[in-house]
Each structure stands twice: as structure tokens, then as C-alpha cells.
Design a protein around this ligand. Structure first.
Ligand code: SF4
Length: 395
């Protein structure tokens, strides 16, 4: 079976007599929680059955004047597409976590302004891997062992001992940096990017001279390099153009690719579906027919611009800054999620749905763009797709 615990979407998971094999600790926790959590549907503070909760959700959406959909990064493509159709029908807003994290990188890749590749290519060919502002040891626990540093790949049979070089750029040491052959601690990401560009061009940088020379020398010696950009890089950049310039320079030295370190299993799926539908990745208003940062979920909340929110597979009360998250409860909140969360505590309607990969089958698009298909392993639960379809048909 597939684990949807992070964007690795590991496809070698086995369940045997209640035991989970091959998953990391994070995956095991998700799969066990999915099997053991008994979560009750709620509508306006009363425990109800699932169908009654869906009816309440429909009524709230029908009575809404400013409606938004948020989340969706943990559910299969079909459910995401129905949510986009609901936003279109209601002339509502739609957004996911990518507006706060990896959307800016994914957009460059979809517009073919940055060269990207698949994790399988990295496993088979990469001899230089750089994690920048990411700590996959904790966020994507099997990323390093399945795809980048430790595996024997088709053209990298000697593995990390002789065939691979791992470098980390970060603001501080991390669990991942302790495994690397080179760690570069930077306080200013853009300054270090500029230093790398300078050295690649044969110029002397104004900062980070020794580290920049060492990294560029290493990249020159490699045959296939890849940079994984995490949240640390995302928030260290005010201008995506600077990163693009660096990647262009590195491609003059060797074959070099970029893959975002998105955490959510199907964030890229949502980005691609919305892109195919309206030409934008996130923060979209169907009423205005445009994407704008003022239509991001956090902006809409800040301005108290929405009266009803459908949250699917996300916990924004836990993940958004407190001053923004505290405004969620001012709206009618409808939550579809497999497990109790901070958001379920304040939601007006809670509809428990199955965990993707366990109670729901379908397809997801991994962060490197590869489509992954998976089957459901237990069919007794309500799926996000079923609930969203009921809503879509009713409105
Ligand atoms: S690395 Fe991610 S997808 Fe793989 S088992 Fe762990 S949580 Fe699941």
C-alpha cells in the first residue's frame, strides 16, 4: 500500500496482522491512527450521523455570501477536482497551503522556467545532492534513504560511500546536516546565492568565499546535481529570479535540477488541477476571475472577508499564526478530516472522512510531478470525494 504521511508517497508499505512494515515512524503513526481513531460527525455542537452532517454543511454553503475552500493537499485528485468545481459554482475563493510554502517553486516548474526531475532519476543518477533550508530527516524521513544519499541507484552502485556527495545549506545544524559531507550555515540566503553565481562566473564574491568556492568546485566535478529547496529557502528569498539565475549558472557547469521539498502528499496535484482549470496555482477567486495574494486564505481571514469556510484535510488553527488562526472561528467552519484536530474543536460541522491510501483510493501527484495511483484498503468509511460530490450536486 501507499503511505500518504508525507510527499515521499512511499509505495512499499505492507500491513500484516495489524503490523505496519517498511514505513517510517511518521507513516506508522498515520496508518495506526487511521485504523484506531473513532471520530464522530458533529453539526452545531450536536453529535449526528454522517448524512445529517453533510446536509448541515450544504445548508451553510447555500446560505453563504462569501464562501472559501481551503486545504485539499492530503486528498486524492478526484476530490480536489470536485472542490474546484464547488468553488466555481459558488463563485467562491479557493486556496491551499502552497500559497504559504512551495507554490512559488511549483509555478516556476510548471511554466518550465526551472528544470526539474523525478525522485527515481535522482536515485539512479545523482552524484551531488543539496538540501537547502530543509530537514528531510524529520519532515520526509525516508527521502534520504530511498532517493538521494543512501540508495544504490542504476548508475550509482557505490552509494554514499563513494558515488554521492551530500551538502546542506541552512541557518543552523539539523539532523540532516549531521549526515552531510558539507554543511554551510548561512544567515542570508540571497547573499549566498549571489556568491555562488559570482564564483560560477569566475568572480570573487563579497561574502562566503571559501564555502562558495568549495560548493561550486564540487558541482563542477559532478555529472548530475539536484537541489531540494525547503521552507528555509522559500522564506529566505524575496526574488525567485535570483534562484533561477543560480540554477541557470549551475546548468552551465553540469546537468542540474531543482525539486521543491513540499511536505503535503498531494499539494502539487491541487496546483496542477487548478492550473489546468484557470491557469493559476492557488489564492484564486472565482467571483473576480483572478488570482491575487489578497485572495490567499490567510489574507481573507485577516480581512474577515469570508462568512463560511470548507476546510478539507487541513488543520489551519494549528498551522497558521495565532492572530490569523483566531479569526477562523468567526466564520461558519465545515471540516472534512480523518482525525480530531485543533480545527475540529472550533468547527461548526465536522465530517470524519477516510485517510487517503487507507480508506480512500485514487491518484496523487508527488512533489516531483510523478502521478501515483493507490487502492483503498477498507471501504466502510466516508471518503472526501463522496462528501464533496454530495455538496457539489446539492448546490
Ligand atoms: S517517508 Fe513519508 S510517505 Fe514514506 S513512510 Fe514515512 S511518512 Fe510515509
Amino acid at each position: 500500500m501507499i503511505c500518504t504521511g508525507c510527499a515521499c508517497l512511499c509505495d512499499d508499505i505492507e500491513l500484516e496482522n495489524g503490523k505496519v512494515h517498511n514505513a517510517c515512524i511518521k507513516g506508522v503513526a498515520l496508518i495506526k491512527k487511521a485504523q484506531n481513531t473513532h471520530f464522530t460527525p458533529v453539526a452545531d455542537g450536536r453529535k449526528v450521523d454522517g448524512e445529517k452532517a453533510i446536509d448541515e454543511a450544504i445548508t451553510k454553503i447555500q446560505n453563504s455570501e462569501n464562501f472559501a475552500i481551503y486545504g485539499l493537499d492530503t486528498v486524492p485528485l478526484r476530490a480536489q477536482q470536485i472542490a474546484i468545481d464547488i468553488a466555481k459554482k459558488t463563485e467562491g475563493y479557493i486556496d491551499d497551503a502552497s500559497s504559504l510554502c512551495m507554490g512559488v517553486f511549483v509555478e516556476e516548474i510548471l511554466l518550465e522556467r526551472i528544470k526539474s526531475t523525478t525522485l527515481e532519476e535522482v536515485r539512479d543518477r545523482a552524484d551531488f545532492t543539496l538540501y537547502w533550508g530543509a530537514d528531510p530527516f524529520n519532515s520526509h524521513p525516508r527521502h534520504i534513504s530511498r532517493f538521494t544519499y543512501y540508495p544504490r541507484g542504476q548508475f550509482r552502485q557505490k552509494g554514499w560511500e563513494e558515488d554521492r556527495y551530500l551538502a546542506v545549506v541552512d541557518i543552523r545544524e539539523s539532523y540532516t546536516s549531521k549526515l552531510a559531507k558539507k554543511i554551510i550555515m548561512v544567515e542570508n540566503d540571497e547573499e549566498f546565492i549571489q556568491s555562488l553565481i559570482d564564483v560560477a562566473n569566475g568572480n570573487t564574491p563579497s561574502a562566503y568565499l571559501r564555502d562558495a568556492v568549495e560548493l561550486i568546485t564540487r558541482i563542477k566535478k559532478s555529472e548530475f546535481g539536484v537541489m531540494f529547496g525547503g521552507l528555509g529557502l522559500r522564506y529566505g528569498l524575496s526574488d525567485i529570479g535570483l534562484l533561477k539565475n543560480l540554477l541557470d549558472e549551475l546548468n552551465n557547469l553540469t546537468e542540474f535540477y531543482f525539486i521543491p521539498m513540499g511536505c503535503h502528499p498531494n499539494m502539487r496535484g491541487f496546483n496542477e488541477l487548478l492550473f489546468a482549470s484557470v491557469g493559476e496555482l492557488n489564492s484564486y477567486s472565482f467571483r473576480d476571475g483572478i488570482r491575487d495574494s489578497t485572495f490567499s486564505f490567510s489574507s481573507l481571514l485577516t480581512k474577515e472577508q469570508i462568512d463560511t469556510i470548507l476546510i478539507v484535510g487541513a488543520d489551519p488553527v494549528a498551522s497558521l499564526p495565532f492572530e490569523i488562526a483566531s479569526k477562523i472561528a468567526k466564520a461558519n467552519v465545515i471540516l472534512l478530516d480523518p482525525c480530531p484536530s485543533y480545527t475540529s474543536k472550533i468547527a461548526d460541522v465536522v465530517i470524519p472522512t477516510s485517510v487517503s491510501g487507507i480508506g480512500a483510493g485514487g491518484e496523487m501527484i508527488r512533489i516531483d510531478g510523478k502521478k501515483i495511483k493507490f487502492e483503498a484498503h477498507s471501504l466502510e468509511e466516508i471518503t472526501d470525494e463522496y462528501v464533496l460530490k454530495r455538496i457539489e450536486e446539492a448546490i
